[in-house]
Design a protein around this ligand. Structure first.
Ligand SMILES: [Zn+2]
Length: 572
């Protein structure tokens, strides 16, 4: 890694589609014309190197775009990348078609593993030239949704805020502030309901159309294939949701009742915005601004292990953290990876709540795995499928527990308690978002209002405590999902967080028994990168498989003990 280079020094470039196509066609010809296995492998490696460069530039553009969605120049570059990316996929597809039928396949499979070929065959099933028009439109519509959300300017009590910035008011100790803030956010969605509803309606039809062109009955199977899910299917996910409904929903309901008693509001009168407040004395808030939090994180990662210390210094030295919320910045948080510089990059929107610390643990967990796997070859194996990636991040949140005094001081126990309860309460919400999407793609021609009605019904089953203020018109009609960006840009990517949470709970339990052993197991999992699909990876890392009947029950038992062991006497 270059010692001096900073993120801002990596300049985005406008690329020419025809030049890239020419280059990629060259790789196709070279692969097709060789019968020599060593030579064929060389071509594969060369293509990979070339694509790393392309990806690097695309990632730089995308980061810069999310940092400032109002920058016209970057916005144009982003649009250009959105437009050309399906054509690039098409070239890669051509290459892959040659590769799977190559006379040297046996040798290549030995070198690159059968899973590598399984992934390629998977991508061949989920992509074809004939769906390029749909993909181009889908990319545009997803960006349009991001622009609507990123451009939110919510007027509230004399100030103007974007969506993440409103988070601070929604968790206020003052009930009226929470109520008004939630209504203000809802009003933003009232004003944009038609626009966002239409974007989604178009996205659903386009995805359905693409799936049908490829011979699927609807988008569900295609969605799963696109996420690289080779060892589980929608039926297994439905059975898993049932386990969560039976094992976790009742626990969450009990926690909500305890919370109501704690904050002094009768359970029957609790409104959705009240659940944002965990304690009467206020939610745990990190002490210090973004800069101070990073200093604290530096101390934590230096103490956690040698590897985490080195890694975090690198993130700071190369300016790979952009954490503060600003107008124009896209909401949310993510980690991404630059394959050429071998840099992870962390994007967040700090808003002064405990969420800020979650970013410093969650996204850093992703980034740490990226760092540990930076040299894995082939590059496709650097990072696993998304549900596995979330194990890295969500487990790191738990490994950071012993340092919470550093961030929260006297609120540390409060933080640990609310982190654990939030994580448990997240599961019913996660399966709501997942079940909703299955409904949507099974009913692709449904209207916006029908979608909202379906959401409302699912929501009432898994999170029956959620009752909205009548002025929250969008939420009341079942439109909460309009704010859940994954539904728009990354269909079916949501259950992943719940699957990973179930695995992270296992690390939480193990680290309480034997921290050193649990940490070693975690580092091993991170270093395995993406060499295996989800279920196989769990086996390699000795983690319980959430799909197996009875496993959710087994994970929840020791977790309830940890919940009990947190010292509630300090918590008011
Ligand atoms: Zn994550």
């Amino acid at each position: 890694m270059d010692k001096k280079i900073k993120f801002e020094d990596i300049k985005p470039k406008k690329v020419s589609l025809s030049k890239i196509q020419e280059k990629l066609e060259g790789f196709c010809k070279s692969l097709e014309s060789t019968k020599d296995p060593v030579e064929a492998l060389k071509v594969i490696r060369a293509l990979e190197k070339y694509m790393d460069k392309y990806e690097n530039n695309a990632t730089v553009i995308s980061i810069r775009y999310t940092l400032n969605t109002t920058d016209k120049y970057i916005s144009k570059l982003q649009d250009h990348m959105d437009e050309i990316s399906p054509f690039i996929s098409n070239e890669i597809n051509k290459f892959n078609k040659i590769l799977v039928k190559h006379p040297c396949r046996k040798y290549l499979e030995e070198k690159l593993t059968p899973y590598y070929f399984q992934m390629i065959e998977n991508s061949l099933k989920s992509f074809d030239e004939k769906i390029i028009p749909e993909l181009v439109e889908i990319n545009k519509l997803s960006s349009q949704y991001d622009r609507v959300m990123g451009g939110a300017q919510i007027e509230f009590r004399g100030g103007v805020y974007n969506l993440p910035q409103m988070g601070k008011f929604s968790t206020s100790k003052d009930r009226e502030t929470r109520r008004e803030a939630s209504i203000s956010v809802d009003k933003f969605f009232q004003a944009h309901e038609q626009e966002i509803g239409e974007i989604y309606g178009k996205l659903v039809l386009l995805r359905d159309q693409a799936a049908k062109k490829l011979g699927f009955i609807n988008f569900i199977e295609l969605g799963y294939l696109s996420l690289g899910r080779v060892d589980y299917d929608a039926k297994m996910v439905a059975a898993y949701r049932k386990q969560i409904a039976e094992e976790v929903v009742p626990v969450a309901q009990k926690l909500y009742k305890e919370q109501a008693a704690r904050i002094g509001i009768p359970f029957k009168d609790m409104k959705a915005y009240d659940y944002n407040l965990s304690f009467l004395s206020g939610n745990p808030t990190p002490k210090g601004d973004a800069k101070q939090l990073v200093e604290k994180a530096t101390k934590m990662y230096n103490e956690m292990s040698k590897e985490t210390g080195e890694f975090f210094e690198l993130m700071k030295d190369h300016h790979l953290l952009d954490l503060e919320a600003r107008p124009g910045k896209q909401p949310g948080g993510y980690m991404t990876f630059l394959p050429i510089q071998k840099f992870p990059f962390i994007f967040a929107n700090f808003n002064g709540t405990e969420h800020d610390v979650n970013v410093l643990t969650h996204e850093v967990g992703h980034a740490f795995q990226g760092y540990l796997s930076r040299n894995i070859k082939p590059g496709d194996f650097r990072s696993p499928t998304l549900e596995s990636c979330e194990i890295h991040s969500m487990s790191m949140e738990f490994f950071a527990w012993p340092w919470m005094e550093l961030f929260f001081e006297e609120d540390a126990e409060k933080y640990r308690y609310s982190h654990l309860t939030d994580s448990i309460e997240f599961l019913p919400y996660g399966i709501t978002i997942d079940e909703f999407q299955h409904w949507v793609y099974e009913h692709p021609t449904a209207t916006h209002d029908e979608r909202c009605a379906a959401y409302k019904e699912i929501e009432s089953r898994y999170t029956p405590q959620k009752k909205y203020d009548p002025e929250q018109k969008i939420c009341s009609k079942g439109g909460w999902w309009l704010r859940q960006s994954h539904i728009f840009g990354s269909p079916f990517y949501y259950i992943d967080y719940t699957l990973a949470q179930v695995c992270a709970f296992q690390f939480c339990v193990e680290m309480n028994k034997n921290r050193e052993k649990a940490w070693k197991k975690y580092v091993k999992l991170c270093k395995l990168g993406g060499r295996y699909p989800f279920v196989t990876l769990l086996g390699k890392a000795h983690l319980r498989n959430p799909f197996e009947e009875g496993n959710i029950h087994k994970v929840m038992i020791p977790l309830k003990h940890i919940l009990k062991s947190l010292d509630l006497s300090k918590i008011k």
